[in-house]
Design a protein around this ligand. Structure first.
Ligand SMILES: Nc1ncnc2c1ncn2[C@@H]1O[C@H](COP(=O)(O)OP(=O)(O)OP(=O)(O)O)[C@@H](O)[C@H]1O
Length: 336
């Protein structure tokens, strides 16, 4: 459904010279530098996938979404979505997508969301009967019925965001883009929006792409994650593979009934890829890399060879992992 090949976006930005003399010289000749906001980005997406685009501030996520939604023209590369080239077949393309920008509204401030929905329905030429049934479903599932007739300016952020999501879906697009959809929302509203999106993906097979800084959004919604860093794609794969790659493995803490040394444990574990850390004479920790496949071996081997009084498995949280990725300068692209 989405095919992105070698996508590029460069911005030319004016660089002010330092000091009063510099400002004076700027009046006559300006110096520019080129920022590569998106640098050789390639990926493809199947219909019905729900995935997240993540990365630090300035990584290039918004620029990517703007190009995918046809708002910005790429400097190079190509995008084909649903058979459309967004920049070339703009009108037809826009009818096939829905967009929610967490920071910007597509609802009219002084009108009620319901009136905005009516306007959007006529803009998109939504068929009356079918369109009404779909809208009723959106209102019910997003639980916005009690305030959908009030002016938007009187709504709380959480109420407004749920109406924004309904507005983006009024024409039942096949593809939904959400840029920071849960930013600033309280936990309950976040949960409601996530539940709604999951259901939409399940029942309508809608393809959903979201950018987020909220790791709990990713865990709740996405199997697949794309990580951008300085305009480049540094990871494209499953969330569990992301954990493998940047999670420093899983740690297992063993409490032994008898004194056990790290050397004894190493002998038993042989060549298995793990690091052993001594806590005290009766406690050792084992850091297991490639934990998905290795953890069962490590557990069964140790349990079969020693008298164990306690075992604790400690997996790094997604939040730790994302922090880890952002603090590492990585060039690796992984397809998991
Ligand atoms: N209109 C613009 N003109 C010049 N530079 C821009 C413009 N838009 C973005 N940039 C630059 O491109 C780079 C990528 O920005 P972008 O907004 O895409 O990042 P982001 O990953 O969405 O960040 P954030 O999480 O803060 O929204 C940044 O260095 C930014 O300063």
């Amino acid at each position: 459904m989405i095919q992105v090949n070698h996508l590029q976006k460069e911005f030319r930005i004016h660089q002010a010279r330092a000091g009063l003399g510099g400002a004076f010289r700027d009046l006559f000749s300006r110096e520019y530098k080129t920022v590569k906001a998106v640098d050789d980005l390639s990926f493809s997406v199947e219909e019905g996938e729900m995935f997240a685009l993540i990365g630090e501030n300035g990584a290039g996520k918004s620029t990517t979404i703007k190009m995918l939604t046809g708002i910005l023209n790429p400097s190079g590369g190509e995008i084909v979505i649903n058979g459309f080239v967004p920049q070339k077949q703009r009108e037809d393309y826009v009818r096939s997508i829905g967009v929610v920008f967490g920071q910007r509204s597509q609802l009219w401030w002084d009108l009620s969301p319901l009136e905005s929905f009516r306007l959007l329905k006529s803009v998109y030429k939504v068929e009356e009967h079918e369109g009404q049934r779909w809208l009723d479903r959106l209102i019910e599932e997003l639980d916005i019925g009690s305030f959908v007739s009030q002016p938007v300016r009187k709504l709380s952020l959480g109420q407004r965001m749920r109406c924004e999501v309904a507005a983006a879906l009024i024409h039942k697009p096949r593809l939904l883009f959400l840029d920071e959809p849960t930013v600033g929302l309280d936990v309950l509203v976040k949960q409601k929006i996530r539940e709604f999106l999951r259901n939409l993906n399940d029942t309508e097979h809608m393809t959903i792409l979201l950018t987020t800084h909220d790791v709990t959004d990713i865990e709740a919604l996405c199997k697949r994650v794309l990580v951008m860093d300085k305009g480049k794609l540094i990871f494209d794969g499953l969330l569990e593979n992301l954990k493998e790659k940047w999670g420093n493995g899983t740690e297992v803490a063993f409490q032994f009934k008898k004194r056990t040394s790290a050397e004894e444990l190493r002998t038993v574990l042989g060549e298995l890829p793990c690091e052993i850390i001594r806590e005290n004479d009766f406690a050792l920790r084992v850091k297991v890399s490639r934990s998905q496949e290795m953890l069962p071996f490590v557990l069964s081997t140790v349990m079969a060879s020693f008298d164990i009084s306690d075992v604790k498995i400690m997996e790094a949280s997604t939040e730790d992992i994302v922090r880890n990725i952002y603090s590492t300068d990585s060039e690796v692209v992984s397809h998991g």
